[in-house]
Design a protein around this ligand. Structure first.
Ligand code: WT7
Length: 587
């Protein structure tokens, strides 16, 4: 053990860690056994909603608390597993009554309210594909995703509908039903919508769960690429096997423990670990309906007696900035495990955890495409601050280089950076990019799935994150496609061309900066710059809009006309410019 490692804490009395010893767990693990441990048998049927909810009710534990929702005024709404079962059965019945067939896409655009969770589990129960959309998206990203996803049903609130969906509704040809949650009963229901509560009220509270199997598509999550439109990642009902196994092995969840995943269900973490995996373990989910606030978060951790906390580097950095006095306002005797995901977790943040809570943050790595945690710091293992940890049992993870001949070679040296590659075959591996089989095939090579992340792997098998292998930007934990932002900017009448890059930001990791080339003859003036910024915010929403816009008279392009974001970024940050052989310009 080197001086900088942080020793593992003893397992909680009477429980022991699910993964007590890494080598033993790895050697004895099999996915068949993991499936059996979850489902209890060799039944060919598998449904996420059943595994998350019914298994507890069937064992007589329906009274266990499945979720606690906390609102602005700190009012709590508690939902038991039995209640959750009835609520999601009602929604499944609503879908069936509306004539929504198995395999159809049901989308939500909702804040973290109970209806979001019951819609997700109800849609899965009915055999539909559930597609969560982030509530902070603007009309443009919503339109793209609803169209690409072929969504037939959308559940949203009256406010979100009026602001974001009504303006794009005419373009949504495949959308058959919009179900509205009305905040204010005095306000009329928007035209062309039906009321969610009314349909739910008249629906029966039991439902024969659809006879889905491991390979049936269950979830549709949109993720970003460097070029082109967002990609619809499909995960199957089989994903629940890996989400359950990792909820035990990595997050160490036990029945009736209090678990707080701070990720929004608009993104994959908020579904895989904000809903599915933890419920299969029988925990109580804490759902904070409000946005980030340091004092509020500390109060929730203490008052709700959170046992396990899964959060993200941006939030941790914001807590660090807020100062230790705020941390010290409470005590956290129940908190026994803290984990992080989504962006690089710097060593200082891991160590700050020890200072603030007497324990480190455990970094974990995965992607929308992997459907579950793949690399992790396990609670029973010492933590090497700055490292993402080791491959989860059942997962073969390596770093590879592309050989001169074009094939892949596994890197043995601890010093060489390569691309993270995973051996296909784990149950939550994505089953496709929607309507894009070519792009899917291109993610695999020589028997490996290529993750698009660069890393080093040391002699102990620990992975160290280096960066993305493409131009995709991670800002505040959200994966953002420069292309999508550029497309929105180019819809402004004065803009001829746009390029978007990530620039370092102390809190968000990266912030978006856009470079805009104006059309011929349009003067580069401040009011126009602000107008373009406003235009981008309106179209894209706060989560995706660039923070900064600069005018540029000549964006660097390749000879074939593609904008070289990488060069733009190198110039902006004063980095080496790299290979410029394809740059356009005087010969
Ligand atoms: C990308 C995936 C992780 C699920 C939610 C986000 C980056 C993820 C880490 C980490 C450094 C990380 C990678 C990855 N990322 N975890 N521990 N350290 N980077 O899923 O939106 O598909 O993003 O997030 O670049 O490829 P996603």
């Amino acid at each position: 053990m080197s001086a900088s490692t942080i020793p593992a804490r003893p397992a909680p009395r009477g429980l022991g860690y699910h993964l007590a010893d890494y080598a033993t767990a790895r050697a004895s693990f099999s996915w068949e056994q993991a499936r059996r441990a979850l489902t209890g048998g060799n039944d060919t049927r598998l449904n996420i909603s059943h595994e998350a909810v019914d298994r507890h009710v069937l064992r007589g534990n329906g009274a266990w608390l499945a979720a606690r929702f906390i609102d602005r005024a700190n009012r709590r709404v508690d939902v038991s597993y039995a209640q959750l079962q009835a609520d999601c059965a009602r929604f499944a019945n609503v879908l069936t009554a509306l004539g929504i067939a198995r395999g159809s896409v049901v989308a939500t655009l909702l804040g973290r309210m109970p209806e979001l969770y019951t819609s997700a589990l109800g849609a899965l129960r009915a055999g539909c594909v559930f597609c969560p959309l982030f509530f902070a998206f603007g009309p443009q990203p919503l339109k793209t995703r609803l169209i690409l996803g072929h969504a037939q049903v959308l559940v949203t609130t009256a406010t979100l509908y009026r602001r974001k969906v009504a303006p794009i509704r005419a373009a949504l040809n495949e959308l058959r039903h919009v179900l509205i949650i009305r905040e204010d009963p005095a306000e009329p229901l928007p035209e062309g919508t039906v009321e969610f509560a009314e349909l739910i009220r008249s629906a029966a509270d039991s439902y024969q769960t659809a006879a889905t199997g491991d390979s049936d598509v269950a979830l549709l999550h949109f993720t970003s690429g460097t070029t082109g439109m967002p990609k619809g990642v499909t995960l199957t009902h089989g994903a629940v096997i890996a989400q359950h196994a990792t909820s035990e092995l990595v997050l160490d969840l036990n029945p009736q423990e209090v678990f707080w995943c701070t990720a929004d269900p608009g993104w994959v973490t908020g579904i895989a670990y904000g809903l599915i995996g933890p419920l299969t373990c029988g925990v109580t989910l804490i759902v904070d309906r409000e946005e980030f606030d340091p004092q509020r978060w500390y109060r929730i951790l203490a008052e709700e007696r959170v046992n396990i906390w899964y959060t993200a580097p941006t939030a941790i950095r914001m807590l660090m900035k807020a100062g230790l006095e705020l941390t010290a306002a409470h005590e956290y005797p129940s908190l026994r495990l803290m984990a992080s995901v989504g962006e690089p977790l710097n060593a200082e943040a891991v160590r700050w955890g020890v200072q603030a809570f007497g324990q480190p943050f455990h970094d974990t790595w995965w992607q929308t495409e992997t459907g579950a945690i793949m690399i992790a710091n396990f609670p029973a293992c010492e933590v090497v601050p700055g490292s993402m940890g080791r491959a989860v049992p059942g997962i073969e993870a390596v770093v590879v280089r592309r050989s001169a001949a074009g094939g892949l070679e596994v890197i043995d040296s601890a010093d060489e950076v390569g691309e993270i590659a995973l051996r296909p075959g784990w149950p939550s591996m994505f089953s496709g990019y929607l309507d894009n089989p070519e792009r899917y095939r291109a993610s695999f090579r020589d028997g490996w799935y290529l993750a698009g992340d660069l890393a080093r792997r040391d002699r102990d098998g620990c992975f160290w994150f280096i960066g993305r292998a493409d131009d995709v930007i991670k800002s505040a934990g959200h994966l953002i496609s420069p292309f999508e932002v550029e497309s929105a900017l180019m819809q402004h009448p004065a803009v001829a061309q746009a390029a978007v890059i990530g620039i370092p930001d102390a809190i968000a990791g990266q912030a978006l900066k856009a470079f805009v080339e104006l059309k011929n003859g349009v003067p580069a003036e401040e009011p126009l710059r602000l107008a373009i910024l406003g235009h981008a915010r309106r179209l894209l929403g706060a989560a995706v809009a660039p923070r900064e816009i600069a005018f540029s008279s000549a964006l660097p392009r390749t000879r074939s006309g593609k904008i070289m974001r990488r060069l733009l970024r190198a110039r902006e940050l004063g980095l080496p410019e790299g290979d410029l052989s394809t740059l356009e310009g005087p010969e």
